[in-house]
Write a protein that binds this ligand. Structure first.
Ligand SMILES: NC(=O)c1ccc[n+]([C@@H]2O[C@H](COP(=O)([O-])OP(=O)(O)OC[C@H]3O[C@@H](n4cnc5c(N)ncnc54)[C@H](O)[C@@H]3O)[C@@H](O)[C@H]2O)c1
Length: 262
């Protein structure tokens, strides 16, 4: 039987306290990896790890970290790599403001860029430095299908995710000579805390109920017409971190029920 075995691989997942990052961390641990859960909220990382440990995963909570801090990201990556190796780096931490093009204030814009773009850049840069020494490694960045096209509801978030897609391509070109594969996963719509923010915005805008707004979002954008779950993203990341994906790099994989084709 063919399966994915990451036994002994050492992984970091940022934004692993909840939502997609948590599911990715748990999935990698289920496949045998030693996974460091890094999040802004240390308590959430601890709880996520507890879940993993109950499923017999090797999950280690990292202290509270802000991915937009160069020094904190460097410390995380250097310390984990220094204990053996860093085989997998998943940059999943992200924030979103659903303000329109003419509404987002500059401080929020700065924060959005700092977390989504700079945080991913630090994670990519420092992981690459370690992985190129090992001459092996996998970096997976979490962007969004919003990064594939312009949009009216969250234009600056979309801009930040387009930057992540582009950075992935440059990093993949760099890493190709060193055995380091770099890819992006672009999720569609998954009902996490982040999507609750969008639903709040839609409810305010339309006067419709939360459920009506959610059904509208699903029906409008997803050809498959069924709800996507965090595990769908985790499975895509798991595949990209496996030996089966050894020849895949510089790609942005939409996991979205057919919503986007580019
Ligand atoms: N949910 C979706 O539909 C969807 C769609 C496309 C892309 N994404 C992307 O997937 C990723 C995860 O999203 P989610 O829906 O799970 O969001 P979420 O808000 O549920 O979880 C995000 C996690 O990241 C952490 N985080 C936020 N800022 C941080 C920082 N500066 N440093 C460290 N940790 C930080 C939060 O504490 C939280 O635990 C994000 O990059 C998001 O943009 C989500």
């Amino acid at each position: 039987m063919i399966g994915i075995d990451l036994t002994g691989k050492r992984a970091i997942v940022t934004g692993a306290g909840q939502g997609l990052g948590k599911e990715i961390g748990l999935r990698l641990a289920e496949a045998g990896a030693i996974v460091y859960f890094a999040d802004y909220d240390e308590e959430k990382s601890r709880r996520a790890c507890q879940e993993g440990i109950e499923r017999e995963g090797h999950c280690i909570p990292w202290k509270a970290i802000d991915v937009s801090s160069v020094s904190q990201m460097r410390e995380l990556i250097w310390e984990v790599a220094g204990q053996g190796a860093l085989d997998i780096m998943v940059n999943a931490a992200g924030i979103m403001y659903p303000d329109s093009l003419i509404d987002l204030d500059p401080e929020k814009l700065w924060r959005l860029e700092d977390v989504n773009i700079n945080g991913t850049a630090y994670g990519t840069q420092y992981a690459m430095q370690e992985m190129m020494k090992q001459r092996s490694g996998r970096i997976v960045n979490i962007a969004s299908i919003a990064g594939r096209h312009g949009c009216t509801t969250k234009p600056y978030y979309a801009m930040s995710k387009a930057a992540v897609i582009n950075l992935t391509q440059s990093a993949a070109l760099f890493g190709a000579k060193y055995g380091v594969n770099v890819n992006t996963v672009c999720p569609g719509i998954i009902h996490t805390a982040m999507w609750d923010q969008i639903l709040d915005f839609m409810m305010r805008d339309t006067g419709k109920s939360r459920e009506e707004c959610w059904q509208e979002a699903l029906g409008y954008t997803i050809p498959m017409g069924i709800e996507q779950e965090a595990i769908d993203i985790a499975n895509a990341v798991l595949f990209l971190c496996s030996d089966m994906a050894r020849y895949i790099t510089a790609q942005s994989l939409n996991v979205d029920g057919g919503a986007r084709m580019n």
